[in-house]
Design a protein around this ligand. Structure first.
Ligand SMILES: [Zn+2]
Length: 209
């Protein structure tokens, strides 16, 4: 198992976040988001100046298989979202985050169209240019999240968002979708309740009289 933090970067903004993080946080390995990732570090960060849902979904599923942590940093329009922090066995997966975003958005069609655009044309670049101050700020917050993960604190499912026009920040925690096949109970939601009851009460009718 590879120790440390792996920062996968997309385009100039992603690389700038990685460079700043490397200066303030030990054990950071930077790799460009091309090709297949053979081995993951204990904490995987993806820094991207545009939506990269296909990549996030792929990393999220591997995190769940390999008992590691994933922290995405994604820019969508004027907003930078750090998180949600995805950890095996805790919080939610990327699939749940996407479903919740679409569920609560005033413009779900807009979010879906942007996502599909970058998924279909994954080799094309996102918006050019970025502010160095914002890359520094994101790296500093990433460092805090990594410290919390290393200390074993409960950060799974939490996210932090910065609007680059208003400089307003918000924080929150994602609630998983109850029938999610990745992070849910992995049971059919229609039979879950009575099957669980049968399992828990099976001693009543298996007992020898
Ligand atoms: Zn899920």
């Amino acid at each position: 198992m590879r120790e440390g933090i792996q920062l996968i970067w997309l385009e100039d903004f992603g690389r700038a976040v990685g460079n700043h993080l490397s200066r303030i946080c030990p054990n950071v390995t930077m790799i460009p988001a091309v090709g297949l990732f053979e081995e993951f570090g204990q904490i995987v960060v993806l820094a991207a100046p545009r939506p990269a849902d296909d990549l996030c979904e792929l990393i999220s599923r591997r995190i769940y298989r390999e008992d590691k942590a994933f922290v995405p940093v994604i820019v969508t329009g004027t907003q930078i979202t750090l998180g949600p922090v995805i950890q095996f066995g805790r919080g939610t997966c990327w699939n749940c985050w996407r479903r919740r975003l679409l569920q609560h958005s005033r413009n779900p069609e807009y979010l879906q169209a942007i996502s599909e655009y970058y998924t279909d044309q994954s080799t094309c670049g996102g918006p050019l240019g970025y502010l160095e101050a914002i890359a520094t700020l994101v790296a500093a917050h990433l460092c805090q999240v990594i410290d919390l993960l290393n200390e074993g604190k409960e950060v799974a499912g939490t996210f932090w968002r910065l609007d680059c026009l208003s400089w307003r920040t918000t924080q929150g925690s994602v609630v998983g979708v109850h029938d999610c096949p990745v992070c849910g109970l992995r049971r059919n939601s229609e039979t879950r309740t009575y099957q669980e009851m049968q399992d828990k009460l099976s001693h009543l009718w298996n007992r020898e009289m």
